[in-house]
Design a protein around this ligand. Structure first.
Ligand SMILES: Nc1ncnc2c1ncn2[C@@H]1O[C@H](COP(=O)(O)OP(=O)(O)OP(=O)(O)O)[C@@H](O)[C@H]1O
Ligand SMILES: [Mg+2]
Length: 231
């Protein structure tokens, strides 16, 4: 069993798409993969029920999908900072409870389980807790999705430092071009390669409208994650 917490250098950097790609890459190897989004902010009425697009994407990309409630146990209506939405909606967020949902999802003993955080590493849950506390409560190694754009070196190095400072392993990172044409893309990737000291699971180019999980999977190598399952 290989379980990972997926974080990113920011919101909108491709955590969901890259997670879905990793789930598909594992599925293509005949493995049972499951993606969960323990906390989502932003609900849509889909087929008679409230749902979040990230959770639906992860569920659809999983070869061993869970039902919606297990995929996304906590769903806030408003697409905004979770701690603000939670207060407005009268919801109490608790890192240990969110981690418990992730552990329950892992009970099937899948080959690969990915839990996508909300936003970046230190997104607040309330006045005290952050998403990082969920990762710490899990103790799972972390996958960092780096959205390749100006400023990402600082964001990536800060995130890696915070992850390791929290006592967690950085299991791997992905260079994802969630926007077209970053200047000096190759040099920026080489800089991160030299400094992140963790396996790069892939470099995903800007795929424009063709950015599907299967298309992304072709640019990813889940082996460093799967190797942990055998270790
Ligand atoms: N390599 C890429 N090529 C083209 N589009 C991409 C790429 N990566 C991400 N995108 C698009 O960018 C948007 C943001 O990606 P995604 O939703 O995966 O980010 P996220 O980090 O999960 O965001 P959130 O913080 O909201 O969870 C999506 O529309 C996605 O399809
Ligand atoms: Mg997402």
């Amino acid at each position: 069993m290989a379980e990972f917490f997926v974080t990113g250098t920011d919101t909108g950097v491709g955590k969901s798409l890259v997670s879905a790609g990793l789930l598909r890459a594992a599925a293509a190897r005949g493995l049972r993969s499951t993606g969960v989004k323990p906390l989502a902010a932003g609900a849509r009425f889909v087929d008679g029920a409230w749902a979040n697009d990230d959770a639906l994407l992860l569920q659809a990309a999983s070869s061993a999908p869970l039902d919606y409630a297990a995929t996304n146990p906590v769903l806030l209506q408003a697409a905004m900072a979770p701690h603000v939405a939670a207060v407005a909606e009268g919801v109490t967020l608790d890192a240990v409870v969110l981690a418990g949902h992730c552990r329950n999802a892992a009970r099937l003993g899948q080959d690969l389980l990915l839990a996508e955080g909300a936003g970046g590493w230190l997104v607040p849950l309330d006045a005290q807790q952050t998403m990082a506390d969920v990762a710490v409560a899990l103790g799972w190694p972390v996958v960092l999705v780096v959205g390749m754009r100006l400023g990402c070196l600082n964001h990536a190095l800060l995130s890696a430092q915070a992850i390791r400072g929290a006592g967690l392993a950085l299991a791997g990172w992905v260079a994802n071009s969630a926007w077209p044409a970053m200047p000096a893309l190759a040099e920026n990737i080489a800089t991160l390669e030299a400094r992140l000291a963790a396996p790069r699971l892939g470099t995903v180019p800007w795929l424009a409208a063709a950015a599907t999980p299967d298309a992304v999977a072709r640019h990813l190598d889940p082996e460093p994650l799967l190797a942990r399952r055998r270790a």
